[in-house]
Design a protein around this ligand. Sequence first.
Ligand SMILES: [Zn+2]
Length: 49
Amino acid sequence: MSKIVLQKKESVKDAKCLKCRKREATRNDQLCDSCRFILTLENIVTTKE
Ligand SMILES: [Zn+2]
């Protein structure tokens, strides 16, 4: 049981943001909060044009 917890911790720790590679990814999309925010804004702009 403790082994499963360890593996889970490691995978979260290694998950860096795919876009900036600086901050840690906070969700399954492998983006940090600020990059996800930027991406959302870009999507809105693209949809409008
Ligand atoms: Zn990022």
